[in-house]
Design a protein around this ligand. Structure first.
Ligand SMILES: [Zn+2]
Length: 385
């Protein structure tokens, strides 16, 4: 089954064949064949297809790649958010509230809740989403979180080292995570991650978990330098991590380390928004040539948004990214952070994952914040809405 999308006013390809950093083509068309893109070029030369979508002059982008989300959980923490907005500080300790609710939920309840969030993200243009465990914190609850995540995405991440569970000894817990818990979770995970930060896991504990995960064949990603400067980013670079996530508190040495590496700096402005914290400045990273991704960090405690357009708007307004840099980071950047070359760019052979905006340009994603600008989402070549 082939599909022609024509009369595209502005096509963001993120590919070298187009103009500028976003590889833009004007008056363009895209033809998909099944799950893949078959042809891209000028609308006037577009081949025939079985069905047709008229973009009516609108902008078309690759589907967003949300490379950092925590979607398997139960309950919400709206009251904690309200207390924070009334002046209480964010410490990360609220994770334990979600752990208790998640352990008490059935598999079915967790799958339905996570599925609802994936559908919500899809309506906002997200076609690839990474999902972490980390609200189970027992061998059985972490393994079932990953089994559930695996029903929704191929990008599953074992985050047993999210927080030390209430009452546990930190070093004994690290031994559990890198031993029996990893054994139970590795078959369902593509990645391993650790919350390496003040009040969470220190550099030595994070290294022990990440090295054990890597030895089992899992790719490495790290929650690093969100709450304070520390060893997370440099550990991520040293271990060849695909991504160091948050990067809110960076030293010049952290920026240098990232610039000389293949590790992507994934910025999560929803977390700063929802914890009323200072945003990282993306400028030193971008100017040093660091590869940057944007993601939602969707989770019930510190960033309960599934909206990549919202994160793009925040990145432009608060982190000194240009609209083009933010859109690239939310698409091709997220793909780099997941080491994927079949998503985040539109070119023949790539997955037919794209969004048609209700706007003439990608600029509107930052220029018109909070407005539902996603008209149509194509996922695996199938129109979603
Ligand atoms: Zn996170």
């Amino acid at each position: 089954m082939s599909l022609l999308i024509d009369d595209i006013g502005e096509l963001v390809t993120n590919d070298e064949t187009g103009a500028g950093p976003l590889g833009i083509l004007r008056d363009a068309a895209v033809v998909t064949d099944g799950e893949r893109i078959a042809w891209i070029g000028p609308a006037a030369r577009a081949p025939q297809a079985d069905t047709r979508i008229d973009a009516a002059g609108a902008a078309v982008l690759p589907g967003f790649v949300d490379s950092h989300a925590h979607l398997v959980f139960a309950g919400d923490r709206a009251a904690e958010f309200a207390a924070r907005m009334a002046g209480e500080a964010y410490t990360g300790g609220g994770i334990r509230t979600t752990v208790a609710a998640t352990r008490a939920a059935t598999d079915d309840e967790l799958l339905r809740a996570a599925g609802r969030l994936v559908a919500e993200a899809r309506r906002q243009g997200t076609t690839t989403v990474e999902i972490k465990s980390g609200y189970g914190l027992t061998v059985a609850d972490e393994a079932r979180s990953l089994r559930i995540a695996g029903q929704l995405t191929g990008e599953t991440t074992f985050l047993g080292a999210h927080v030390v569970p209430a009452g546990a000894d930190p070093d004994e817990y690290v031994d559990l995570v890198r031993g029996p818990m990893l054994d139970a979770c590795a078959p369902y995970a593509k990645w391993v991650d650790v919350f390496c930060d003040r009040g969470a896991f220190d550099g030595a504990q994070a290294r022990a978990v990440l090295e054990a995960g890597a030895k089992r064949g899992l790719g490495v990603r790290v929650h690093a330098n969100q709450l304070a400067a520390g060893p997370g980013v440099r550990l991520a670079v040293e271990l060849g991590a695909a991504s160091a996530d948050h990067c809110t508190h960076l030293t010049p040495a952290d920026v240098d380390a990232l610039a000389g590496s293949a590790t992507v700096a994934t910025l999560l402005p929803g977390a700063e928004f929802s914890t009323r914290s200072s945003y990282p400045d993306a400028r030193p990273l971008l100017d040093a040539g660091v590869r940057v991704a944007l993601a939602t960090d969707c989770n019930p405690g510190s960033s309960y948004t599934s909206s990549m357009p919202f994160c793009i708007a925040l990145a432009v307004r608060e982190m000194r990214m240009t609209p083009a840099e933010a859109v690239f980071a939310a698409t091709a950047g997220g793909a780099l952070a997941l080491r994927r070359d079949d998503v985040g760019r539109l070119r023949p052979g790539a997955k037919a994952d794209l969004t048609v905006l209700d706007a003439p340009s990608y600029l509107h994603l930052a220029y018109r914040p909070g407005v539902p600008l996603i008209r149509t989402v194509l996922h695996n070549g199938v129109p979603q809405c």
